[in-house]
Write a protein that binds this ligand. Structure first.
Ligand code: ATP
Ligand code: MG
Length: 341
């Protein structure tokens, strides 16, 4: 029996290099050893509720990106969250056991809510409870492992606590999952400021064409203290070199660039051009696979339909056990003796 993975992405845009190095690479590597549920978390887009067209489009973009990086929907499951309403049912039931303060103290949620407030969007209640929905998503197929970026770790800790508490207080239904963070736990954006994000205008997308990638790289934030190519530069904390470290497999080239950079013996243009070449080399086969699936939408549709149906069966098994553990199986139990006339 294979162990189980559950992991997911919100349908709020197409996927970028941060997703790739933070999460997707691990998914591709582990997909044959685990039974994987890859979730498109469309219940968790309350901050995009005024832009459902973007969400609808992104469901397909995310599925295309998954196929493009080589995820296999045959042996694994591509799931649309809302097509398996058991996700919502479990979220509601588990909310009984989630202390308000536990959510309020979640550092990732806190930071994201502060961003929404600054952006004047406000925080929908649905956003406040998204980590709880994630807890339910992970527990529903009784996942053993959750490969994610570093920002998701607080949610997985909450999941482990919930599993322990439910199993102790009711019945041994849930599995306590482990987190697995990718090679690059939190990739910085091309602006050198924030985490690369779908909606922050600082992302290099997996589907960007070669010219776009080159243009974005040439415009990247670099060492701001360096005015001329002959000034000694800083490698540490420089996003261009972070990307070289993350994505350029030619270590000798990267080391040579670093040595010359700190001596003021290489210009930013050369460093960036070499990065663009490395990135395009990485992305070329991904773009090719994507184009093949774009030309074949019925394959994408089948993958999403099949995966969602398959998870629904597993989810219903878990829910039957949850309802029984919580004694919500009213009809099966019948009227309690004391209540009978
Ligand atoms: P949004 O801005 O809509 O929240 P996002 O880019 O943060 O989008 P999510 O769907 O929230 O994407 O995250 C999907 C997965 O990708 C999570 O496991 C997350 O940790 C990981 N991830 C996202 N951005 C990065 C990044 N810059 N570096 C590493 N991992 C990332
Ligand atoms: Mg996010």
């Amino acid at each position: 029996m294979k162990k189980t993975i559950l992991t997911g992405i919100r349908p709020t845009g197409s996927l970028h290099l941060g997703h790739f190095a933070g999460a997707l690479e691990n998914w591709v590597r582990l997909q044959n050893d685990y039974e994987c549920f890859f979730l498109i978390a469309d219940y968790q887009v309350s901050d995009y509720a005024d832009d459902i067209d973007r969400v609808r489009d992104s469901v397909w973009q995310v599925a295309l990106d998954w196929l493009a990086v080589g995820l296999d929907p045959q042996d694994n499951h591509f799931v649309i969250e809302s097509l398996v309403p058991q996700h919502a049912e479990l979220s509601v039931l588990l909310s009984w056991f989630m202390p308000l303060g536990r959510l309020q103290r979640n550092p990732t949620l806190k930071a994201e809510m502060a961003d929404l407030e600054t952006g004047k969007k406000g925080v929908p209640v649905g956003f406040f409870v998204y980590p709880l929905m994630q807890v339910a998503n992970i527990l529903l197929p009784r996942a053993n492992l959750v490969p994610v970026g570093e920002d998701q770790l607080p949610h997985i800790e909450m999941t482990r606590e919930m599993a322990r508490r439910f199993n102790r207080d009711f019945a041994d239904v849930f599995v306590e999952p482990d987190a697995l963070v990718g090679r690059v736990p939190r990739l910085v954006g091309t602006d050198g400021q924030a985490k690369m994000g779908k909606s922050l205008n600082n992302a290099i997308f997996l589907k960007d064409d070669a010219a776009t990638v080159t243009r974005k790289v040439m415009g990247m934030y670099t060492d701001p203290t360096r005015l001329r190519a002959t000034d000694p530069g800083h490698v540490e904390g420089n996003p261009v070199f972070m990307y070289h470290d993350a994505f350029n497999p030619d270590v000798a080239e990267v080391n040579d660039l670093k040595e010359r950079y700190v001596k003021g013996a290489v210009g930013d243009v050369e460093v960036k051009k070499k990065l663009a070449v490395a990135l395009n080399h990485l992305l070329d086969p991904i773009r090719e696979r994507r184009a093949r699936f774009e030309a074949n939408p019925s394959l994408v549709k089948e993958a999403l339909e099949k995966g969602s149906n398959e998870e629904r069966a597993v989810a219903e098994e878990t829910m039957a056990r949850v309802r029984e553990a919580l004694r919500l199986d009213y009809i099966a139990r019948g009227m309690p003796a004391a209540a009978a006339p």
